[in-house]
Write a protein of this length. Structure first.
Length: 189
């Protein structure tokens, strides 16, 4: 499969791998940054893709976003190593504070928590959406020199109702993503 597109997504209820077109491999990472980093590393090393795409669900912080969005930049919303570095920054690794895909216009904050309440830091730092895997995937790609893109389907408003809304909407972005992938593939191939 070397040289093709690899799609990394957390769980099978987000994306059905049987729908993947030729030249596209869908791999489930599991939930969270550790699972995503582990599987992303294995996928990059074994498959040597020309492009890694992360598809998944997200909660919205900026209420202007709905549907399927493309992520331009990602930060770690749960990196809190104060006083060694400000929140969102990895101590002694400033090059890894904010990772950019070169596409889209949305900023994602990744962390190992499901956001169900307002976090002023997210608003102050212009975070548009939140997820649990993208930063780890983008970090692996950057370290290995593999281009990445990310598409997130907004399932909830990262509030008290987030879990219920996520459960209701987790599969609703799949058709939108497969349609966008056709365009991405035509540009890449």
């Amino acid at each position: 499969m070397s040289g093709h597109i690899v799609i990394l997504t957390a769980i099978d209820t987000e994306l059905n791998k049987a729908r993947a077109p030729d030249g596209v491999e869908v791999i489930y990472t599991g939930v969270g940054k550790v699972n995503a980093a582990s599987i992303a590393t294995l996928a990059v090393m074994a498959l040597q893709p020309k492009l890694v795409i992360n598809y998944g669900t997200a909660g919205k912080i900026a209420h202007i976003h709905n549907g399927l969005v493309e992520v331009a930049d990602v930060v770690q919303r749960d990196m809190a190593a104060m006083p060694l570095a400000p929140r969102g920054r990895t101590p002694f690794s400033p090059e890894l504070d904010r990772l950019s895909s070169g596409f889209g216009n949305v900023v994602c904050g990744t962390g190992d928590s499901f956001v169900t309440a307002t976090d002023p830091w997210l608003v102050e730092n212009s975070i548009d959406i939140v997820d649990m895997e993208l930063f780890a995937i983008a970090h692996v790609c950057q370290r290995h020199g593999v281009p990445w893109r990310a598409f997130k389907f907004i399932t909830d408003a990262a509030d008290d109702n987030a879990a219920d809304h996520w459960n209701e909407n987790v599969a609703n972005g799949e058709d939108l993503f497969w349609d966008v992938l056709k365009t991405v593939k035509s540009i890449r191939l």
